[in-house]
Design a protein around this ligand. Structure first.
Ligand SMILES: NC(=O)c1ccc[n+]([C@@H]2O[C@H](COP(=O)([O-])OP(=O)(O)OC[C@H]3O[C@@H](n4cnc5c(N)ncnc54)[C@H](O)[C@@H]3O)[C@@H](O)[C@H]2O)c1
Ligand SMILES: [Zn+2]
Length: 364
């Protein structure tokens, strides 16, 4: 098990660490008992993860003599709502959870975002621990303290910045992950390869085969490096005043594509297309050298992610979504572009006609 320290500004949040390794659930229990005393522990999880890991983890904590209970809700993005928050809150009150209780988010990004949100507001906040079980949650959503639920009007519209006490990242969980969920996480890893040291991008290029085969030997260092990149960004700009926005690389167009497909396009594929488009825009504006743009597309394609927009996603619908985003930002649409692989920057002068042209080029 390795440890990655996340150093945060004391005035905002407490520093904490990511414990990362393979198959160390017993050790997690011991560390929770030793380092995070509480009058009650509540594991919050979704219906899938509960079946796979929730019940056994509950038993492990019980064997250590900890007072622990488990709450579950139906798996899926559809549960990331205020109804689920209110349902969980009612159950917490029923069991007598108070400010000295500890929530444990065991699951993917939906569980993490929701549990973090409840922890940040229940009785004016209770501590929580993240145990991410998807690749996406391990390299992205469990780190950085953004919590949220969706509203009918849009995704992540209610939320807080609230840091966990600790993050336990066990690669063993990934063995039961579907290919689609695995690809969702890989897309975020490619994003880190593009916004940080070019050496990481080169490592991903070299290890395409092993990554596709989910080889642990390569996944371990790749996940650890991804966590280090995200934590580095969060340390500089915890509450997203500016710099943290580089993590949105590929996401402006990605979100528009996701919405235009009525969410039939999974997040990872949408982000892969968004990164392809952002690279093409960067090259068209004369920033990114054409050969680097080609390498980026080759990596995305070789990992099994798309670089062509499916025919059932309509270009005008995507542009409409982008224009809506633009209104939200006070008539500017900030795009994260690349000067080179590893050197992202924010541009507000992209407009809509260049993305329109690029979307046409990328239509399958
Ligand atoms: N807070 C942040 O900074 C941040 C960053 C990125 C994404 N997010 C949020 O994260 C969410 C997406 O996260 P996600 O992709 O993990 O989705 P998810 O939590 O819905 O998990 C995907 C699916 O995998 C299942 N699952 C989880 N772990 C498993 C395992 N080990 N084996 C088999 N199945 C497993 C889940 O039950 C679910 O059906 C979105 O709501 C997004 O907004 C938040
Ligand atoms: Zn993403």
């Amino acid at each position: 098990m390795n440890r990655i320290k996340i150093n945060l500004d004391k005035r905002l949040s407490e520093s904490h660490e990511i414990c990362i390794g393979y198959d160390f659930q017993d050790r997690m229990g011991l560390l929770i008992a030793k380092d995070h005393p509480a009058n009650r522990y509540v594991i919050v999880t979704d219906s899938n993860v509960s079946q796979l890991y929730g019940r056994t983890f509950l038993e492990k904590l019980k064997e250590l003599g900890l007072p622990v209970e488990l709450l579950e809700f139906p798996a899926g993005e559809g549960s990331k709502t205020m109804e689920t928050v209110l349902g969980l809150t009612a159950r917490l009150l029923e069991m007598g959870a108070d400010r000295h209780s500890m929530l444990i988010a065991l699951g993917g990004g939906v569980v993490g975002d929701l549990t973090g949100f409840v922890a940040s507001i229940y009785m004016r906040s209770v501590p929580f621990i993240q145990i991410p079980t998807t690749l996406m949650a391990q390299v992205d959503s469990s780190i950085g303290g953004k919590t949220a639920v969706n509203l009918p009007q849009g995704k992540n519209l209610l939320g807080t910045f609230y840091q966990p006490k600790r993050i336990f990242t066990d690669l063993k969980f990934l063995e039961t992950l579907s290919d689609e969920e695995y690809l969702n996480g890989l897309a975020e890893i490619v994003k880190y390869g593009l916004i940080d040291e070019p050496g990481f991008f080169e490592q991903l290029e070299r290890e395409v085969r092993a990554l596709r085969a989910r080889s642990l030997e390569i996944l371990e260092p790749v996940i650890e490096r991804s966590c280090r990149i995200k934590k580095g960004v969060v340390e500089i700009d915890e509450q997203e005043s500016g710099f943290r926005r580089i993590l949105n690389f590929g996401h402006t167009l990605g979100h528009a594509l996701e919405a235009a497909s009525k969410f039939t396009l999974p997040h990872g594929k949408a982000v892969a297309l968004g990164m392809t488009a952002a690279s093409r825009i960067s090259a068209c504006c004369g920033f990114l050298p054409p050969e680097e743009r080609e390498r980026i597309e080759a990596l995305i394609r070789d990992l099994g992610l798309p670089v062509r927009i499916p025919s059932d996603v309509a270009g005008p619908e995507v542009l409409g979504r982008l224009a809506m985003d633009k209104k939200k930002e006070g008539n500017e649409l900030p795009f994260i572009l690349l000067k080179k692989i590893g050197i992202p920057f924010m541009s507000k002068d992209v407009g809509l006609s260049l993305p329109e042209k690029i979307l046409e080029e990328m239509a399958a």
